[in-house]
Design a protein around this ligand. Structure first.
Ligand code: NAP
Length: 486
């Protein structure tokens, strides 16, 4: 552990190096940055099983899941490289001069440019795909920003291995020194100093509400505030409509038991809130769901901080008047592990207990039982900003409840029709974001290639000769990039 003075000095040096690296890196052509991203992917793959074994030991995640997540990480880096090569990510818009207009229109050429050094706090639940070389790092490096990652203490060794792979790729492809740096000192003070350093231009974060909000507050209290893109979790409401419950309760129960318990519930898209109207179909669904959840054995969580928080939050929710435990209460549970829990509450009790609206990170889901369609809607309207909302219904349900789609889009960044919220596809159209407190900026996504937009800002060049314009905006379009010209 460094002394306060040494820590200040170390962070100051890290961020000043990042500032200098940014000045060089932003000049490097997009095609060269694409080579860098692809080299990172290769170096990560070259780490082989040693990387997977290190991550498995640190996170308790199974090898199959980690293998898939490494593939996703490599895939993300490749997607950003392809995006850079395609050249359509800079939103190039050209309005040519109209001298005859009154007043005359000047020649205006707009493009997106990188913000500057980005500080990234990786997540504990995605040691590869949303950590050291994860989506935040890949998108920021693609944008032309230098990156400083604060290693997550729950998987430090994994983070160090991946950081070395990124550094090797940087050397191999001739990137500026310190284009990527890895800070291993784990403390809140380290995070605060990184966010508040004058050279820092933006912050990416995935984790708890308290963590994301703290970083946001540090950034807002700077002399020059900077954006913080924090993804802070969600309870992901699921609306179960009456006809679907009547006719498909067994399939729905199976589908949702699998989603609630996937990865020991350690996903920000875990379905933590089920909303339905009282009825025979609901009773059959609840019985089936509880049966499936009880078949799942306790499993280790990422770290004891997370399993302790899960146990405390579940106990606190279940102590609230009107909350009923549906799955069987276990007599004892091994330290560090978690068991699935299904609880039930009436809509009126849900409205009066804000604690029940909070995320419980783990294999927990609360069923809110409404007495009417209007009350079901009121439950949805009462929840805070969410990453997802899922609608489970038949054609008959959707004919009766078509208006719910608009309501759902007010609440969440992604609306799922007859599916589960877990499993976030990495693609161009994905939106992994949502109104506060799911994220600190609902205009952006943290997953998919559009996440690059978080690290870019628009600049317009007015009346410039070709000799002074960036290649992307020159009249001759030497890079042959896609541009909107009007
Ligand atoms: P966390 O506690 O939010 O920590 C994530 C990172 O943020 C860590 O590097 C931590 O620093 C830093 N941090 C947290 N609070 C800070 C503060 N006040 N000032 C400066 N830095 C701060 O997340 P976690 O350890 O991964 O898991 C804890 C809880 O987060 C879980 O129980 C769950 O509720 C939630 N979670 C949510 C998601 C999601 O997808 N949204 C993912 C994982 C976890 P240190 O390194 O110094 O600890």
């Amino acid at each position: 552990m460094l002394s306060t003075q040494s820590l200040h000095s170390e962070i100051d040096q890290v961020m000043n190096r990042s500032g200098n690296a940014f000045l060089q890196y932003r000049q490097i052509p997009a095609a060269k940055r694409a080579e860098f991203l692809l080299a990172i992917a290769q170096h990560i793959e070259a780490l082989g099983d040693a990387l997977l074994q290190t991550a498995a030991a640190e996170t308790h995640l199974p090898m199959a899941r980690l293998t898939g997540e490494r593939g996703r990480t490599v895939g993300q880096l490749t997607m950003f490289a392809q995006m850079l090569r395609a050249g359509d990510w800079q939103e190039l818009i050209i309005n040519t001069a109209i001298p005859d207009k009154n007043p005359p229109r000047p020649d205006i050429r707009r493009m997106l440019v990188p913000l500057g050094p980005v500080v990234i706090f990786g997540s504990s639940n995605f040691p590869f795909a949303y950590s050291t070389a994860g989506g935040d790092t890949a998108s920021a490096l693609a944008a032309g920003c230098s990156v400083v990652v604060k290693a997550h203490p729950a998987h430090l060794k994994t983070s160090i291995l991946v950081a070395e792979a990124i550094k090797a790729a940087a050397i191999e492809t001739g990137m500026p020194e310190s284009v990527f740096q890895h800070v291993e000192e784990g403390s809140f003070e380290t995070g605060k100093l990184l966010v508040q350093h004058p050279a820092t231009a933006a912050v990416g974060f995935t984790g708890s509400f308290s963590g994301g909000k703290a970083l946001w507050d540090y950034a807002a209290s700077r002399t020059n505030p900077i954006p913080v893109f924090a993804e802070m979790g969600s309870i992901n409401p699921v609306l179960l409509f009456p006809d679907a419950l009547e006719t498909q309760y067994a399939t729905l129960a199976q589908q949702y038991a699998a989603s609630i318990t996937l990865g020991v519930g350690q996903f920000c898209t875990n379905p933590g809130l089920l909303i339905a109207i009282e009825g025979a179909g609901l009773s059959s669904f609840v019985e089936e769901l509880a049966k499936h959840l009880q078949e799942v054995r306790s499993a280790p969580m990422l770290h004891t901080g997370i399993s302790d928080a899960y146990a405390k939050k579940v106990a606190s929710a279940l102590s609230i008047q009107g909350v009923q435990w549906i799955t069987t209460q276990p007599s004892a549970i091994e330290m560090g592990t978690a068991l699935p829990v299904l609880a039930r509450v009436s809509a009126s009790d849900f409205f009066h207990n804000p604690t029940l609206h909070e995320e419980i990170f783990g294999p927990y889901s609360l069923l809110v039982v409404a007495d009417s369609a209007e009350q079901m809607m009121a439950v949805l309207q009462s929840v805070k900003g969410q990453l997802t909302t899922s609608l489970m219904g038949t054609d008959k349900d959707f004919a009766a409840f078509a208006y719910v789609v608009q309501e759902a889009s007010l609440v969440a960044g992604r609306i799922v029709c007859n599916g589960v919220p877990t499993g976030v596809e990495v693609c161009d159209a994905m939106v992994h974001g949502g109104p506060f407190p799911a994220t600190t900026d609902s205009r952006f996504t943290a997953v998919g290639v559009q996440s690059i937009k978080r690290w870019l800002r628009p600049v317009a060049f007015q009346n410039f000769p070709d000799t002074l314009l960036p290649d992307e905006l020159k009249r001759t379009n030497p890079l042959e990039v896609v541009r909107v010209e009007k």
